[in-house]
Ligand binder design. Structure first.
Ligand code: AMP
Length: 125
């Protein structure tokens, strides 16, 4: 069910719990600013989620309220994950669903990183 991305941050959301180690994840990267792990229901051969450590509901919240250091650290982490997974030369796709029209379901900012196959059209026509 898509969420209302304007709601206050819910520290009980599933990715907050995952960050605290309360639920398991298959992490592929972690640093001061971000954690990356395999999506539990992948839709591409590589489907990784990258999340900031800070409590941000959405891309909108993060881009408005994140500190410069958090934003730089997060963007660099996304690039590091793509390079580490060998996705740069064949190419990859990033996606940040935001709010109801974006289809966002988990109220902690996450960037989907897809790769490992030609990904086709961005959206179905
Ligand atoms: P979105 O629709 O952009 O909010 O995407 C949420 C994503 O989180 C979906 O692709 C889910 O498969 C994924 N997801 C939900 N719970 C977990 C979990 N515990 N570990 C890894 N991925 C998850």
């Amino acid at each position: 069910m898509p969420i209302d991305a304007t709601l206050p941050y819910d520290p009980a959301n599933i990715f907050a719990r995952l960050l605290r180690g309360e639920i398991p994840s298959t992490r592929v990267h972690e640093d001061e600013w971000a954690v990356a792990f395999h999506d539990i229901a992948p839709v591409a051969p590589t489907h990784v989620l990258v999340i900031p450590r800070g409590p941000y509901v959405s891309w909108d919240d993060f881009s408005d309220h994140g500190s410069d250091a958090e934003i730089v650290g997060f963007v660099r982490a996304v690039g590091t994950v793509a390079r580490t997974l060998g996705l740069v030369e064949p190419g990859y796709r990033l996606l940040a669903n935001t709010g109801p029209h974006g289809g966002q379901e988990v109220p902690h900012l996450h960037v989907h990183l897809f790769g490992g196959t030609p990904l086709g059209l961005m959206l179905a026509r």
